[in-house]
Write a protein that binds this ligand. Structure first.
Ligand code: SAM
Length: 259
């Protein structure tokens, strides 16, 4: 289950993402997007594992707005986890939020220890979905649910020029796959009632708005936050937008149940 190397999410890249996606978020949509992928499921009082917690914005939402009893966030980047700990303290939520640095690979967590495994736009970094979902299955309690969103690909074909350009400049290690590949990995792990929901249109609208902001009225603030990297990040946003517009970059929500 190898994944990306430590320190791909530099301070300036985090600054760029937080400017467009909100304080604490390294992925788009914030609380509304989380509400959508939790729709119909009650996580209040539940113990949740967040795989790839980033800088912790999702975890605050899960306990503060959706009533989770506790969220344990794991990530491979220590500087991001430090920000999570500080955020939990600022929010007065340190007793309900805990964090752990992990290495790519099997989770250092006991069997059947969570009611819910949550992950937002992080599994894209982990190439071996079959090993990953076997681990998710192992740490879930029987009757538990796996709720995630991820940036998937349309299919398993080689990427076209727009997607290739994004992959070449984004500076992150990805192991992207298509929704059917994810479903196969989930079912192979033992999950039932596995589903995906496409969010391509949502991503296009978000990236269009982001791009307008960082090249328009927010340009000065973006440059202030990201310094000499600003031009490069603007190129990354444009490349991601094109990959989404041609239909190859297809984020989606995933849901699966452990019997
Ligand atoms: C796009 S960010 C999303 C962060 C957060 N979930 C959010 O939505 O704001 C992806 C995160 O996955 C983490 N990550 C990458 N590979 C990982 C692995 N093998 N295990 C756990 N986290 C990983 C990265 O360090 C990064 O924080």
């Amino acid at each position: 289950m190898s994944g990306h190397e430590e320190n791909e999410y530099t301070d300036s890249f985090v600054g760029a993402m937080e400017m467009v996606w909100g304080d604490g978020f390294l992925s788009p949509g914030g609380k509304d997007e989380i509400a959508l992928f939790l729709e119909g499921l009650d996580v209040s009082g539940k113990e949740i594992l967040d795989v790839g917690c980033g800088v912790g914005g999702c975890d605050v939402v899960l306990v503060r707005d959706f009533g989770a009893a506790h969220v344990h966030g794991i990530d491979i980047e220590q500087p991001l986890l430090q920000r999570c700990v500080e955020r939990a303290e600022r929010e007065g939520l340190s007793e309900r939020l805990s964090y752990e640095k992990v290495n790519p690979g099997p989770f250092p967590l006991p069997n059947s220890s969570f009611d819910v495994v949550f992950s937002k736009d992080a599994m894209i970094h982990i190439e071996d979905k079959h090993s990953l979902f076997a681990e998710v299955f192992r740490v879930l309690r029987p009757g538990g649910v796996f709720l995630a969103s991820d940036w998937m690909r349309r299919d398993e074909e080689p990427p076209g020029p727009e997607t290739r350009r994004w992959l070449d400049i984004v500076g992150l290690t990805f192991g992207m796959h298509s929704p059917p590949f994810y479903i196969d990995a989930l079912e192979t792990a033992g999950f039932v009632n596995c589903s995906t929901m496409d969010r391509n249109e949502f991503l296009i609208s978000v990236l269009q708005a982001d791009y307008s902001l960082i090249t328009g009225e927010g340009r000065e603030e973006f440059i202030r936050r990201t310094g000499e990297e600003a031009r490069h990040y603007i190129d990354i946003w444009h490349a991601a937008l094109r990959a989404a517009e041609v239909g190859e970059l297809r984020p989606g929500h995933l849901r699966a149940f452990k019997p």
